[in-house]
Design a binder for this molecule. Structure first.
Ligand SMILES: Cc1ncc(COP(=O)(O)O)c(C=O)c1O
Length: 338
């Protein structure tokens, strides 16, 4: 019985076309700015995002961190969602490495941050307080695509308060596909955006940070400081180019699969699925916490790997989960001895 891995879309393996591109990639020393494949990837990402420049980096965590340091100096702060990746799941890098403080705020049900709440947390210009410099959003947030009109409001808001606006767009292409829009329609509202190539887009490694030339110059400096200056990394960047050119539209399949899965398990007694939250490639399931180990072991017996985000079961659909697999997962849910 094959393994079905629903823990994350980070488990996706590169496609044959990626492997071919990697084998044939032209390379150079990227610390000298001489890797043609990285230059091509950066130009492609910047043009898709409608921004001046882009920087290829090893991980989404580093990409977000570089953005935070490009926007905020020591003794400054960013406002961010309490459950946002840039606050909760990146090891506290901003404070540990850059003396940049986070001001976390509870997220709203739709994945946005209430701008009224954000306003109430902006610090006055007074030596008692750290200086608020940046608002950081995440899209998709737990699988939810942030409404486009909200993004426009957020832009107006940061302009009014003279803040920067960063997007952790690890899965921004899932929002693009869900909203049947373009990347630019989303990124036009931001000063910087971090895009992961290694999640649903299935590249083995890497993220791109996009922004103005000035912002990318600062990020480039920090990338070196953090040990992210790679050499002939065109070998991996080549898969990133394939990811951007060939892997975006197919995310719609993952979204369909998420719907199939959610519909197939929504009526099972003992579980609760929030159907409104199933917007892209994630399904969250609530159940009684004392049953967690028992559920995990029943899935493991069926060769199905599942993960948790906090207390909720998180099922992530991606290119290496096929329609037939969804049926097998639904049957496993139906057979659970709760
Ligand atoms: C929303 C979000 N942002 C950023 C990241 C960080 O990416 P990486 O694992 O490449 O550091 C992740 C990783 O899962 C993520 O889910």
């Amino acid at each position: 019985m094959s393994v079905i891995d629903l823990r994350s879309d980070t488990v996706t393996v590169p496609t044959p076309s990626m492997r071919e591109a990697m084998a044939n990639a032209g390379v150079g020393d990227d610390v000298y700015g001489e890797d043609p494949t990285i230059i091509e990837l950066q130009n492609l990402a910047a043009s898709m995002a409608g921004m001046e420049a882009a920087l290829y980096v090893p991980t989404g965590t580093q990409s977000n961190l570089l953005a935070l340091f490009a926007h905020c100096e020591r003794g400054e702060e960013y406002i961010v969602g309490q459950h946002a990746h840039t606050y909760r799941y990146e090891g506290g890098g901003a404070s540990i490495l850059g003396s940049v403080q986070a001001q976390p705020i509870e997220l709203e049900d739709d994945g946005t941050l209430s701008l009224a709440k954000v306003e109430s947390y902006i610090k006055p210009d007074d030596p008692h307080f750290v200086k608020t410099k940046l608002l950081c959003l995440e899209n998709t947030q737990a699988g939810k695509a942030l409404p486009l009109d909200y993004l426009a409001q957020a832009r107006e808001f940061v302009d009014k308060h003279k803040l920067g606006l960063h997007l952790d767009g690890a899965r921004v292409f899932n929002a693009v596909v869900k909203q049947q829009t373009t990347l630019k329609d989303i990124t036009q509202h931001f000063d910087s955006v971090s895009i992961c190539l290694s999640k649903g887009l299935a590249a083995p490694v890497g993220s791109v940070l996009c922004g103005s030339q000035e912002l990318i110059n600062k990020a480039h400096r920090w990338r070196k400081v953090l040990g992210g200056g790679m050499r002939q990394a065109g070998v991996i960047a080549a898969a990133g180019i394939v990811a951007l050119n060939e892997m975006v539209e197919r995310l719609a399949d993952d979204h369909d699969h998420a719907q199939m899965l959610a519909q197939g398990i929504k009526d099972i007694t003992g579980l609760s699925v929030d159907l409104d939250a199933v917007q892209t490639n994630m399904v969250f399931v609530d159940f009684e916490q004392s049953k967690r180990e028992n559920i995990l072991s029943q899935f493991a017996e069926q060769n199905i790997k599942i993960g948790f985000l906090g207390e909720q079961m998180r099922l992530v659909l991606h290119k290496d989960v096929a329609s037939e697999d969804i049926e097998r997962v639904i049957q496993c849910f139906k057979g659970l001895k709760l």
